[in-house]
Design a protein around this ligand. Sequence first.
Ligand SMILES: NC(=O)c1ccc[n+]([C@@H]2O[C@H](COP(=O)([O-])OP(=O)(O)OC[C@H]3O[C@@H](n4cnc5c(N)ncnc54)[C@H](OP(=O)(O)O)[C@@H]3O)[C@@H](O)[C@H]2O)c1
Length: 324
Amino acid sequence: MKALVIKEYGSPNKLSIEEVPKPIIMSNEVLVKIKAVSINDLDLGIIEGKSLINRLLAGLFRPKIQILGSDIAGVIEEIGESVTKFKIGDKVYGDLSDNKFGGFAEYVATSEKNLCHIAEGMPFDIAAAIPQAGQLAYQALYDFSEITEGQKILINGAGGGVGTFAVQMLRKHKVHLTGVDTDVKREMLLKLGYDEFIDYMKTDFTEQNTQYDIVIDCKTNKSPRKYKKILKENGMYITIGGDIPKVIWIMFMSKYLEKRYRRAFKCVILHTNRNLPEINKMFEEGNLTSIIDPRSFTLETGREAMEYYATGEQLGKVLIVVDE
Ligand SMILES: NC(=O)c1ccc[n+]([C@@H]2O[C@H](COP(=O)([O-])OP(=O)(O)OC[C@H]3O[C@@H](n4cnc5c(N)ncnc54)[C@H](OP(=O)(O)O)[C@@H]3O)[C@@H](O)[C@H]2O)c1
């Protein structure tokens, strides 16, 4: 089968398309014929190999995980003897980042626990864009507090995967939502449902006078003292990702920060594939879809897809269509 392979750390130009053996399933695994796979920050982070955390995950000196790609959608082609949840021909999707990745390929073998049935009527490209970003958004919004009407919420890094799912999930709650990102994403975000937009190149959102009930941060690039200033008393700051040392600091110091600043400091630790059933329901009710960049890529042009993702110019999730 064809796969997009990485054998040394560096930049997206280290990716090459190769012929590799089709995976063989174990008894608890299924073989998925991949239809589409989306790119996540973690894929690029591993390719670049700059952070020690990513190297601990993927291999200290060279990547042991040679086929990246975690958010896949496809059709089950084979099942192991102990598989109970799926049958051959089922349409599935899921996040494989907990289980050796392997999505930048024509086929992947993975444990059945990493997959969920695709919602009724959900196309493969919409499905492949959901797992990681959709569930990070869901868990940031619903794991720590109850969202109530009229709350003021700010999302930093609003134009990425998480921010574009979160705004759709928040529509029914009638909150006042502010998004922070680059100006090129302003129009798209206001159309999606953000009430206000802040261009981070012109305005530091932590330097304004408005205070929020909840700040959700996909970039985590300021100090907790600055977040305190823009949170109402008993407000909540939730980090999802960004500057890894800052995220780790907030995670370990959260109790101290809560006591000192009288605001809650929380960190989302992704539970992979836990909330896909709830997201399926939102799609079926017409309340959620994926925002996908208009440029389309295949496995053969996968390296260009990753180079494009690295520019940060994309408007929505970048998708590789493996099989039309
Ligand atoms: N907590 C966990 O367990 C977990 C698991 C997996 C991943 N993650 C992390 O969670 C985050 C997911 O976010 P995502 O998928 O939404 O990321 P994303 O798609 O990369 O989006 C981030 C957005 O922020 C914008 N941005 C860049 N610099 C900014 C700045 N200084 N201020 C404000 N916005 C800025 C980006 O714009 P440009 O495109 O112009 O750069 C982009 O629109 C990532 O950091 C990922 O590594 C966390």
